[in-house]
Design a protein around this ligand. Structure first.
Ligand code: NCD
Ligand code: ZN
Ligand code: ZN
Length: 348
């Protein structure tokens, strides 16, 4: 096998992951353990993880699904809401296992989740986070119904994110799952304290994938897939050599029946093949040499965590993805690129 058919990378981490809760953790976590050593675990459970104590309990439930001998570290996060207790920031910093706070605007995704109604309400928390150099992870989409769904990221970036950064210029911010040229430009123009995660679907698909000979609920996620020009802008950002962009799958499992519904949930499950999907995107952009920085270096550097020392190898070897995956007790999941053949495969 020639060098171009085999790539060895420092072991990657996933900087944006949803593993849900028992009994689902056990169905989805093995796919992440296959190749990532750490993952930022999103706190949007029902109810969300709002305290360090709740994060410790959730962490223990995740660790109980990690087989002995596997070196995996869940990096926990707290869910920001209007009633968030600012004292949690100091506890989080001291905990050693909580690594960030996640901001979801109120009304995004699940209507039942609290979220943040007005960014000003969170200013005391953001001030404490800036002081403790504690990262804020942002679902950067406007929830204003007058804003077109495809413009919600651009709108939020321009208004709210701009306000946060000018008020707290030292705050460390990750703009999650970026999908537009506007978000790329914002991150590039900001200081080194502002970075972004990128999902496989926003690199591989444009919004046409939502309507391929019919409506495609398994391509529905938020932020929505965008026009081709935006996909190209995001691809250009990650293949530019900039250190500000890193891997965050946003693998977000929902049972098939909840997506194939009159009111389907947003979220794409990609953990089963995410690294291979990223390799495909980088190769298509003739930039496979940038994959290691994106997957394994830029994330730990931003989070001020050590880089991993172990490695993983990808090889040029076609494999067929499953059409469905068992999920919890008797439910199923439809994974991204279900039943399709991929050119890269993780070597065992
Ligand atoms: C995520 C989920 O299902 O938890 N869905 C999604 O479409 N991205 C929520 C999120 O990451 O905002
Ligand atoms: Zn989100
Ligand atoms: Zn997410």
């Amino acid at each position: 096998m020639s060098a171009s058919e085999r790539i060895t990378l420092i072991q990657p981490d996933d900087w944006h992951l949803h593993v849900r809760d028992a009994p689902y953790i056990a169905s989805v976590l093995p796919a992440t353990l296959r190749c990532y050593r750490r993952a930022i675990i999103m706190p949007n459970l029902h109810p969300p993880v709002t305290t360090v104590a709740a994060a410790a309990a959730y962490r223990a439930r995740i660790m109980s699904a990690v087989p002995a001998g596997i070196d995996f570290e869940p990096l926990m996060t707290l869910y920001l809401s209007d009633s968030f207790d600012v004292a949690e920031i100091r506890r989080a910093k001291e905990s050693g296992f909580v690594h960030a706070v996640k901001l979801y605007p109120k009304g995004i995704a699940h209507k039942a989740q609290p979220g943040v109604s007005d960014i000003e309400v969170t200013f005391p928390t953001l001030e404490a986070m800036e002081k403790h150099a504690f990262p804020l992870l942002v679902h950067a989409e406007s929830t204003d119904n007058n804003v077109d769904p495809f413009d919600r990221e651009a709108k939020f970036v321009e208004t709210t994110l701009g306000r946060i950064i000018s008020r707290f210029p030292g705050l460390r911010v990750v703009v999650e799952h970026i999908s537009t040229r506007e978000a790329v430009d914002f991150v590039l123009a900001a200081g080194f304290n502002v970075a972004a995660t990128v999902t496989p679907q926003h690199l591989l698909l444009n919004r046409g994938a939502l309507f391929e000979s019919g409506i495609r609920p398994h391509h529905y996620c938020i932020p929505l897939l965008k026009r081709e020009e935006h996909r190209r802008a995001v691809l250009k950002a990650i293949t530019s050599g900039s250190r500000k962009f890193f891997l965050g799958t946003d693998s977000a499992p929902h049972a098939k029946h909840l997506k194939e519904s009159a009111c389907g949930c947003p979220g794409i499950y990609s953990a089963h093949a995410s690294l291979e999907l990223y390799a495909m995107a980088f190769e298509d952009a003739h930039a496979i040499h940038h994959l290691e920085a994106f997957a394994s270096l830029n994330g730990p550097d931003f989070y001020r965590l050590p880089r991993n020392t172990s490695t993983v190898t990808l090889e040029k070897k076609c494999w067929k993805l499953p059409a469905e995956i068992q999920y919890g007790d008797g439910e199923i999941l439809i994974p991204l690129f279900a039943d399709r053949t991929l050119p890269w495969r993780l070597a065992t």
